[in-house]
Design a protein around this ligand. Structure first.
Ligand code: FAD
Length: 574
């Protein structure tokens, strides 16, 4: 297994300072990662830089669906839905470990106002969804009786329930998808560096952009990287990057309108669902997803205009209350309380529009590809699901520029058939691997399943680590499936450079264990310290930084408030 660690990053920084690349990609979310992979696979020399950690922007904060987007049919966005459904099929093939076909259910009540829309309209929408998916016979939508629906969600409101509509989409782990795409790009020769920020551009005598001023965020050192083409894939930051160029502002035609979406994670014992559900919002014509995910349940999301710090959006109490109220209305027997919320998180959709008047939910999710007069290519908008197609479009444009300006020829995009890291085994083979691991390695069924479906065929490398050191079999959080070996693997093979990288984005412990992730921070930091050579002072700093990031971005707003009330009481007493 090849190394992808701080040592790889050191070499990458050296390469960045001393080589001229064909393509430099700015932004290590799913879009930038997809572009780096597409470029490397075309045989071009490519580098990718990310100012924080990979997927630290929107790409770790989505609903985690690989889907066509049923709701977009209402806006007659048929081509968007069809393309996304085609991508769903491609991703199921090239990254089977990370794309799980899953049943989604919409309840149908006698009272029309309890439904998202008229049942006949919803049925017609699902018929169209099946057609756009290309007539997959196995996973066609169907009607469920009220009894069948209640079997999938025993806490669902049964009063006036006529039945439900069941269809299929897919679940993923967004930040693991990003890291697997990045690892694949690296294995094809891409130069990759996280914690490397773009500060500005350099230009050649003809006024075209010829490179970038970058800063290593760990040392503060800045330097120039040279590249024939630069691609800006910075999501909600895309305009900020264009403005770094003095002529950028004048060239902005459409605008990014960040739209905030909040999710809560709750325990699967408290909200008992064995399929995903679509529940109408009590406030507007939207629905919330209720999605079983890695042994917990994610619920969300909201969709509201956002102005504020784009680096650290967080769920506010009112937003969390709104989601809980909707869930409790449709699942009254669950009686979810604020204390049932394990964690919360917020993401910013990079919506692109030239209008200010419409609601964010009405803006198309289609991507926008543009180029400034001095040659900066920018791509933003779109969806996690359509990243591969977006990457291909951006690279088609970049390849045309390389060919015209420099005579550099490259092959067409071949990522449709390119297996992503970990994707070498089909889901049936992975299921058999789970049984083998339970038997031969004596792993708990939960840990075996977690390892195999998080890392795909790379699970073997984690098993090797555990065979070398028995201590690495230990769960990181009591009762959770994540194992100590994952922290070592993250540092050695997934360029995790901080404790937050390992606990938030390589494993998803901050989301899944909430406060539990804070409790395991000391142990996890000790494991990383061994890999990265941290001394005691650095260990302390890493733990403090992780706790601060957790509190700012993942802690339930109810916990934060309860803690502040307790503190005020204590201070009054004193
Ligand atoms: P990002 O992931 O934000 O990446 C941009 C990167 O650029 C960031 O990591 C940032 O740090 C970096 N950057 C910024 N400035 C600089 C700089 N100066 N130098 C270097 N790097 C820089 N899509 C789906 O398909 N399915 C879903 O279920 C789904 N759910 C969603 C739910 C919510 C709440 C939201 C907000 C979005 C959802 N989406 C979903 C959409 C999807 O998540 C996004 O379209 C996608 O993640 C955007 O990826 P990106 O790479 O373009 O942006």
């Amino acid at each position: 297994m090849s190394e992808f660690s701080w040592n790889t990053r050191r070499k990458s920084l050296n390469n960045l300072a001393n080589t001229e690349f064909d393509v430099l990609v700015i932004g290590g979310g799913i879009t930038g990662s997809g572009i780096a992979l597409d470029a490397a696979d075309r045989g071009l020399s490519v580098a990718l830089i990310e100012k924080r950690d990979f997927a630290s922007g929107t790409s770790s904060r989505s609903t985690k669906l690989i889907h066509g987007g049923l709701r977009y049919l209402e806006h007659f966005d048929f081509s968007l839905v069809r393309e996304a459904l085609q991508e769903r099929a491609i991703l199921s093939r090239i990254a089977p470990h990370l794309v799980e076909t899953f049943p989604f259910v919409i309840p149908v009540y006698r009272k029309l106002q309890q439904n998202y829309d008229h049942p006949l309209k919803m049925r017609a929408g699902l018929l169209l969804y099946d057609l756009l998916a290309g007539g997959d016979r196995v996973n066609r939508h169907r009607r469920l009786s009220a009894e069948e629906a209640l079997k999938l969600a025993p806490q669902l409101d049964s009063e006036g329930l006529r039945g439900a509509l069941l269809y299929y989409d897919a679940l993923t782990d967004d930040s693991r998808l990003v890291i697997e795409v990045i690892k694949t790009a690296c294995s094809r020769g891409a130069t990759i560096s996280n914690y490397t920020r773009l500060l500005g551009f350099t230009k050649s005598v003809d006024g075209m952009i010829s490179g970038a001023r970058l800063r290593d965020e760990f040392t503060g050192q800045s330097f120039v990287a040279r590249s024939k083409v630069l691609i800006n894939a910075t999501g909600v930051w895309v305009e900020d990057i264009i403005r770094l160029d003095e002529s950028g502002e004048a060239q902005l035609s459409k605008r990014v309108r960040p739209s905030k979406g909040v999710h809560l994670t709750v325990s699967a014992d408290r909200l008992r669902v064995s399929s995903a559900w679509l529940i109408p919002s009590l406030k507007n014509h939207r629905f919330y997803f209720v999605v079983p995910w890695k042994g917990k349940v994610n619920v969300g999301t909201t969709d509201t205009d956002y102005i504020g710090d784009k680096d650290s959006p967080r769920a506010e109490r009112a937003e969390a209350e709104e989601i809980l109220a909707a869930i409790n209305q449709y699942f009254p027997a669950a009686r979810l309380k604020p204390s049932d919320v394990i964690s919360s998180w917020a993401g910013l959709r990079p919506l692109i529009t030239d209008q200010r008047a419409v609601k964010t939910s009405e803006i198309s999710r289609k991507e926008e590809l543009s180029e400034t007069a001095d040659g900066l290519i920018s791509i933003s908008g779109g969806k996690l699901t359509t990243y591969r197609r977006m990457a291909r479009s951006a690279m088609d444009l970049a390849a045309a520029r390389l060919s015209k300006r420099y005579g550099i020829k490259s092959s067409v995009s071949r990522t449709e058939d390119l297996t992503i890291s970990g994707g070498a085994m089909k889901r049936e083979e992975l299921k058999r691997a789970v049984l083998r691991l339970i038997d031969t390695e004596k792993l708990s069924p939960q840990s075996a399943e977690h390892l195999v479906f998080s890392y795909g065929s790379n699970y073997r490398h984690l098993i090797e680590l555990m065979r070398e050191d028995d201590n690495l079999r230990k769960p990181l959080v009591e009762g959770s499936p994540e194992l100590s070996a994952e922290i070592v693997y993250a540092a050695r093979h997934e360029m995790a450079l901080t404790l937050s990288d390992a606990l938030i984005r390589r494993t998803r412990l901050a989301v899944l264990a909430g406060e539990g992730s804070v409790e395991c921070a000391v142990e996890a930091a000790a494991l990383m310290a061994r890999e990265l050579g941290w001394d005691n002072e650095e260990i302390k700093r890493q733990i403090e930084n992780f706790i601060s990031e957790f509190k700012k971005e993942y802690e339930s707003p109810f916990t934060a408030e309860a803690r502040s009330t307790q503190r005020q009481h204590r201070e009054k007493k004193e």
